[in-house]
Ligand binder design. Structure first.
Ligand SMILES: [Zn+2]
Ligand SMILES: [Zn+2]
Length: 249
């Protein structure tokens, strides 16, 4: 086991930070720690990890007045979250609690919390981070902090229960809409088939003037079809299907 794997910072750099953290070098150097001890120790000092720019954090001189993570009191809070959302949270806690600290798009806020466009556009109600939209160059993506969205939505709808009730109400409206749409479609189909039937008959009549009917042999007149009189014979045009009826006296 390489000890380097369990130490995520460079001791020589720590000396330059004017920080208030004192690490007993001999303790780290004695090399007699078990893997478990190393891991445990490492967990306790991860707050000394380098940031994204590969720099050790700059500690403020007055640690007492520095903003601290509201969850764990670490002073290594996410500066962007503080600046944009006025939210004091460190990167670790942010990662650990997506329920609170994940970011929601405007669409998600509308779908999950039933917030309106005007509410979401009001910076006084909800702060947001603007990000370039990968799909629309001129339309920036707006990202909202989940716990803030939830807080506002609970206030708006009367708590979590109120929000759930609103969800049920909307589902019902959707279902009614769906069954109405279904009915409408059925009616449309009925209307269309009826219209097609009329068109077919109309065309048949129109077509009559464009061709000489080619009449079949007379048929019927023997009483085997209840719909017709016994003394009625019929002929059918082989081209347009038009039927003639003749009564035989
Ligand atoms: Zn924290
Ligand atoms: Zn015909």
């Amino acid at each position: 086991i390489n000890r380097k794997d369990y130490i995520q910072y460079d001791l020589s750099e720590i000396k330059d930070t004017n920080g208030g953290f004192i690490i007993d070098k001999s303790e780290l150097d004695n090399g007699k720690k078990t893997l478990e001890e190393w891991t445990k120790e490492n967990q306790n000092i991860t707050f000394l990890n380098k940031n994204d720019n590969n720099e050790l954090p700059k500690f403020p001189i007055d640690i007492d007045s520095a903003p601290k993570c509201e969850d764990c009191s670490s002073i290594l809070i996410d500066e962007e979250f503080l600046k944009i959302y006025k939210c004091k949270v460190c990167k670790n806690c942010k990662k650990k609690n997506p329920d609170r600290y994940s970011l929601l798009t405007k669409t998600e806020c509308k779908q999950d919390y039933f917030l309106t466009e005007s509410e979401l556009n009001d910076v006084d109600i909800l702060p947001r981070k603007e990000k370039d939209n990968p799909h629309y160059k001129y339309n920036k993506m707006k990202l909202y902090l989940r716990y803030q969205v939830e807080e506002f939505a609970f206030k708006k709808w009367g708590g979590e229960d109120g929000l759930d009730k609103e969800w049920v109400r909307r589902e019902e409206v959707k279902n009614i809409k769906k069954s109405k749409e279904f009915e409408k479609k059925l009616l449309e189909i009925r209307k269309r088939t009826r219209a097609e039937e009329f068109t077919r008959r109309f065309k048949a009549r129109e077509g009559a003037s464009e061709h000489q009917h080619d009449w079949s042999q007379a048929f019927g007149g023997n009483g085997d079809d209840e719909k017709y009189e016994e003394n009625m014979i019929r002929r059918k045009c082989k081209i347009c299907g038009l039927e003639t009826e003749e009564i035989i006296f």
